[in-house]
Design a protein around this ligand. Structure first.
Ligand SMILES: Nc1ncnc2c1ncn2[C@@H]1O[C@H](COP(=O)(O)OP(=O)(O)OP(=O)(O)O)[C@@H](O)[C@H]1O
Length: 413
């Protein structure tokens, strides 16, 4: 790949890489300023190419106003350049990885910039609402880790002024920030706390003005409240393991407000979502008006999210909740059940009921809690936390050999 690392000066783009009409180039998305293409490299790996969108809003409105195409390009490219520098300086598992950049002449403009990054998938809130709690928790944990990194970055505390789901992408289930052109490092200057008001559509917060004349923790708290209103409130509590609910509720409450009726907010979320970027609906906003304070900072929020991960991963959340023993299951090693599928929610498989469990006892508990369940098949596949994926079945009419699976059939009722 003819690309530069951000430390080098000036590399020409490989035409095979950046030709938008090339067979392997596909438009992925665009915003006001930039357009993103997916390109498959000769070795098979896919990357994202980001450049100023020549038919985009930013360039178009500037050219209409000033008629200076090259100058307007430079203005827009400044955002891409800023983003590239921040991607490089803020390197972290939850910041999209920058692979390089290159320049090429485009239309009548010389040396237009293209950045080359990891490829992600847009954050689709409707889809996320339909996935397992485990996967939704992963996104919230990713976000917690990202905000912790931004609050303690080498550049100082970084805030994302434009914080909406579309500024993030998913890479193998991890949330990563991609749009950094609206990131800001400086805290707001102040003479009194009256200058330190964090304004949101649903509520405002007043922060302290430090002796040095900066609003204390404003960048961090802005990120945190946005994380709460766009992600945590929708993704964290719903269908979580019951024993983790109090801890999850305390995270949601402390990062922003007390939700008096989370299921109502949940029910409203799908309609919300086609515009993830839109503000929550008015009725949800009304509920949020009773908000508490931003009690926790990013450090405490992340510590609590990591605690949830520990309780979940270690199986401690299962304590006192097992009912196994009420039914006997016969073990059939190296076998699977060919049919007898039923649907459940939220399944990892569309046609059947595929769920993750911590251990055999939890698989038995799940089967006992589903009226249709008469058997289950433990696979050798695991989720990101290391839990095993298990197919739950209505019966065992056709048991077939499979060296990677173990079947359990209900022997008593
Ligand atoms: N690496 C990537 N992989 C996949 N999709 C991406 C990637 N980077 C960005 N996108 C998609 O492309 C869209 C536009 O990118 P980006 O947000 O950087 O442009 P923008 O012009 O700054 O947008 P905005 O107007 O929201 O500020 C994003 O909403 C995102 O869905």
């Amino acid at each position: 790949m003819h690309s530069g690392q951000t430390t080098s000066m000036h590399m020409a783009c490989d035409p095979l890489l950046t030709r938008s009409d090339s067979r392997d180039s596909r438009y992925v998305g665009s915003g006001y300023t930039k357009a993103v293409y997916r390109v498959r490299l000769p070795g098979g790996a896919a990357v994202a190419l980001k450049a100023v969108d020549f038919s985009g809003h930013d360039l178009g409105s500037c050219v209409r106003e000033f008629g200076a195409r090259r100058g307007c390009y430079r203005l827009a490219a400044h955002k891409l350049l800023k983003e590239m520098v921040l991607l490089e300086r803020l390197r972290h598992p939850n910041v999209l990885q920058l692979y390089g950049y290159c320049y090429q002449d485009s239309e009548d403009i010389p040396d237009t910039l293209t950045t080359i990054t990891e490829l992600g998938a847009p954050v689709e809130m409707i889809q996320l609402l339909q996935t397992s709690w485990e996967d939704r928790f992963r996104i919230c944990l990713s976000l917690g880790r990202l905000l912790h990194h931004l609050a303690h970055s080498p550049l100082g505390s970084v805030t994302l002024l434009d914080f909406r789901p579309r500024q993030f992408v998913l890479v193998d289930g991890e949330l990563k920030v991609t749009d950094l052109d609206d990131a800001r490092v400086e805290e707001s200057p102040c003479t009194s706390s009256a200058d330190c008001i964090l304004e949101f559509p649903a509520r405002n917060f007043t922060l302290l003005c430090s002796a040095q004349g900066w609003c204390e923790g404003m960048n961090e708290k802005r990120n945190l409240y946005n994380a709460y209103r766009f992600f945590f409130t929708y993704l964290l509590p719903h269908s979580a393991p019951p024993s983790l609910r109090p801890l999850l509720d305390s995270i949601v409450n402390a990062t922003a407000s007390l939700l008096s009726s989370p299921p109502v907010i949940w029910a409203q979320a799908p309609e919300e979502k086609s515009g993830e970027e839109r503000e929550p609906r008015q009725s949800a906003i009304a509920t949020l008006r009773s908000a508490g304070e931003l009690a926790w900072g990013v450090d405490e929020t992340l510590a609590q999210l990591e605690k949830v991960l520990h309780l979940y991963r270690s199986g401690q959340y299962l304590q006192n909740s097992t009912t196994s023993g009420s039914a006997e299951y016969q073990r059939l090693p190296d076998s699977t059940i060919a049919q007898d599928d039923y649907r459940c929610w939220p399944s990892y498989h569309h046609g059947g009921c595929l769920l993750s469990v911590f251990n055999l006892a939890e698989a038995v508990d799940v089967c006992e809690s589903h009226a249709q369940c008469r058997a289950f098949v433990v696979t050798n596949q695991t989720t990101w936390t290391g839990r095993q994926l298990v197919f739950f079945k209505t019966g065992w009419s056709q048991v077939v050999p499979d060296p990677n699976k173990t079947t359990y059939v209900r022997a008593s009722s």
